[in-house]
Design a protein around this ligand. Sequence first.
Ligand code: AMP
Length: 413
Amino acid sequence: MTTSPRPSRILVLNSGSSSVKYQLLDARDDARLAVGLVERIGEETSRLVHTPLAHEGAERRERTGPVADHASALKAVAEELAQDGLGLDSPELAAIGHRVVHGGLRFTRPTVITDEVLAEIERLVPVAPLHNPANITGIRTAQALRPDLPQVAVFDTAFHTTMPESAARYAIDVETADAHRIRRYGFHGTSHAYVSRRTAELLGKDPSEVNVIVLHLGNGASASAVRGGVCVDTSMGLTPLEGLVMGTRSGDLDPAVIFHLHRVAGMSVDEIDALLNKKSGLVGLCGDNDMREIRRRIDEGDERARLAFDIYVHRLKKYLGAYYAVLGRVDAVAFTAGVGENAAPVREAAIAGLEELGVAVDAELNAVRSDEPRIISPSYARVAVAVVPTDEELEIAHQTFAVVNGATEELNN
Ligand code: AMP
């Protein structure tokens, strides 16, 4: 008698306030069967873009027109998948993996979603007001569509829960901090976990043997210090606002700037929140948040773009130095995400002048464009500098698959 293999397909959902991004992957062979997104949910001009990848030659499909809410969005996604023979009722679908931004201190691992787990994710809304409500809506919608299917939450904060108290606590009154769960949680954890592990693989070592500084430089950006596969510090804090200069977020600033903007400039807390999260960073400094456009402007001699670039790189260098000191010994620096993977000038400028620390970039290797993980440091350098494309969806699929197969003890290691 032959037994059919266990189902291994995972639908990965990343639900934002007005969008749903999705990928259907097979966790056994890492095959990507479909990718897509629904954007501008709740508006007249909603759009669904679906790319089937399971069959060669299948065309990308697009639907436009109002999608009222997340439930309608997910129904439309299910219809698109069904059209490719990959419907949500397929016996090969093992689980749905949800990206959940904030897991607080409780969720240190990917977790099967029960009513109690969902209630806890809801309890964390005050510390993640922009993200967790959308994630919860995505989970509820998916549950309604396939109530019998395991749903797994994979938390952006989980990888950082290993940070020691010395790195995780702000130096403020302890009672006040604890009463309001104010501490540094960190984000982009799925990416930092994936990239630090892949970097160890690239060096031919076990993650437990290497110390890595991961620089996740996308529109959002964060750095992490990973010792032997375990995160010991990261640059984002209570929210994703802290740390590096980002596309639209300021990153670190003197907290008194906020009092000043309120008391002297007469701005409300909501206005300051929007200023620092949406109108600062690269966009605040020069009007553009796309590094390609900033480089183009620099090439034309634009001074504002140059200054924005220099401030971005200066902050990056400060974190590199700080995490070098935190780790004591660094085996690799890994660049990832949109800017980290593609912007050779950012990598070159961030590493410039660090030769005394054993960190250097080879100009020719740095200029190579590739989707593969690669080393860009010269062979003599003590520290490997690597470009390692991140793949959060694949990591979520793997973690979800492992949870539904009862292999949780191997996760996050
Ligand atoms: P992510 O959030 O990881 O998708 O990264 C998006 C950001 O990556 C964009 O805002 C750009 O600044 C940057 N980016 C993407 N492609 C390139 C490229 N070819 N060169 C420089 N920057 C890029």
